[in-house]
Design a protein around this ligand. Structure first.
Ligand SMILES: *Cc1c(COP(=O)(O)O)cnc(C)c1O
Length: 425
């Protein structure tokens, strides 16, 4: 059972390919038999180990750790983290409702996102969120009006854009000047002065989030230095903030990346923040769940096309979107070794040439074999869709020798229950 965090994808697996892999003390073939495939499977021990490592490394700063719900919003996972004292980072009213349904505390929840609607602002004010991370002047003025109308003061931070290059995939780099996210560095002071004067707002913090799957420490150090610079400039203008929110973004190993060790990441933060009065907030997502889950799938057919050999599997881009969206690489393992390895492309049944979950993998498999896509705990299930009228997969949480179904497989009728055929005439 993984009691230390999974640092390398295959550490999530127990057993061997000879006897058949499992998660903790449950074999993956038993899970496939009971719950079917495709199926997301998570290890409770791995999830908690990643959370504890994060929490313990930063303990000297007693930060508020707000799990980024969009990485994996399953109620069971949010509930588990809420029980560990986690706060949450949300990007929609839907995520706020989920946090509440899962037993999370809105007072430990920060509301991020560039396009908060009027309705979402009212909902979050009434729930009593810890802070709104505001991303534009227009949003600031709307939030002020909404709060005044409700007879309340909205707690605010600006998500500032520190213009730091996170050196990650362009779709998940968010801290550059021309990104849609955050307010420009040059505007920040004037915006804080405005916020400080507006009667419906209470200035609480400074926020940034420079991107995701960041595998170097330098961008975090640079971003934090810029936040501290801004905090000082604000103090000189008589505005003090209660917290500094450095966002999420710390990467994991999918293949051969060497993401920062938690203690090194923590040292960068502790070195800069120890002794300061502002509280640290962080919004980790991927680092907590990414390597604690896998996607289990079954081979339907094998097929040769020219020089290539395909394994056609029952999972597709609608179940795991990262390879099609970001050219992301997930390690793939056969659950059982079945014969001599051959080189396969693993393709799903969706009618898109982009529906290839992995290329050029040496695997020992045949029709009916089970395979596992590792590092699929973050942005796996949460990005899944019903494209091609495919029901979303089941999700299972393993706890020692026990399994819990934490999301039942969608039924076909679920897929069109909101639709209707207009009556004739
Ligand atoms: C997505 C996101 C996060 C989490 O990012 P990870 O890379 O999963 O840690 C945190 N904060 C904000 C504002 C986000 O959009």
């Amino acid at each position: 059972m993984p009691v230390s965090p999974v640092q390398s994808p295959a550490e999530l697996l127990s057993g061997s390919a000879e006897t058949g892999h499992g998660i903790e003390q449950v074999s993956l073939s038993a899970i496939a038999t009971e719950y079917g495939t495709p199926c997301y499977v998570y290890s409770k021990a791995a999830l908690l180990a990643a959370w504890h490592e994060f929490r313990d490394a930063l303990a000297p700063l007693s930060p508020l750790l707000c799990f980024a719900v969009k990485a994996n919003p399953n109620l069971a996972i949010l509930n588990l983290l809420a029980g560990e004292g986690a706060g949450f980072d949300i990007v929609s009213g839907g995520e706020l409702a989920r946090v509440i349904a899962a037993g999370g505390d809105p007072a430990k929840t920060v509301f991020s996102g560039v396009g908060k609607s009027h309705h979402e602002m009212v909902q979050a004010l009434q729930a009593g969120v810890h802070c709104f991370n505001v991303e534009s002047p227009a949003e600031l003025h709307r939030l002020n009006a909404v709060a005044l109308n409700a007879g309340m003061r909205a707690p605010v931070s600006f998500r500032v854009n520190p213009d730091v290059d996170a050196r990650t995939h362009p779709y998940i780099a968010t801290g550059l000047k021309e990104s849609k996210f955050g307010v420009a560095w040059e505007q920040a002071i004037a915006l804080y002065e405005t916020a400080d004067r507006l009667p419906g707002l209470a200035v609480r913090g400074i926020d940034c989030h420079i991107g995701s799957q960041i595998t170097e420490l330098d961008p975090f150090a640079q971003a934090l230095d810029r936040l501290l610079e801004l905090a000082e400039a604000l103090i000189q203008r008589g505005i003090s903030v209660d917290h500094l929110d450095l966002g999420g973004g710390i990467g994991i190993r999918y293949r051969d990346e060497t993401p920062p060790a938690m203690n090194d990441y923590a040292a960068v933060l502790i070195g800069r923040l120890q002794g300061r009065r502002e509280k640290l907030l962080l919004e980790p997502g991927r680092r907590i769940v990414g390597n604690a889950g896998l996607l289990l799938a079954r081979v339907e057919y094998t097929k040769t096309a020219g020089a290539r050999e395909f394994a056609l599997i029952d999972a597709a881009m609608n179940d795991l979107m990262r390879p099609a969206l970001y050219q992301a690489w997930h390690e793939v393992r056969s659950v059982h070794n079945e014969g001599t390895p051959r080189r396969f492309d693993l393709a799903g049944p969706v009618c898109e040439s982009g529906d290839i979950l992995a290329r050029d993998r040496d695997l020992a498999l045949k029709e009916g074999s089970l395979i596992a896509f590792l590092s699929a705990g973050a942005y796996g299930s949460s990005m899944s869709s019903n494209y091609n009228t495919r029901p979303r997969p089941a999700e299972v949480l393993v706890d020692g020798t026990r399994t819990h179904l934490i999301r039942r497989r969608q039924q076909l009728e679920d897929l069109w229950k909101e639709e209707q055929i207009p009556s004739a005439g």
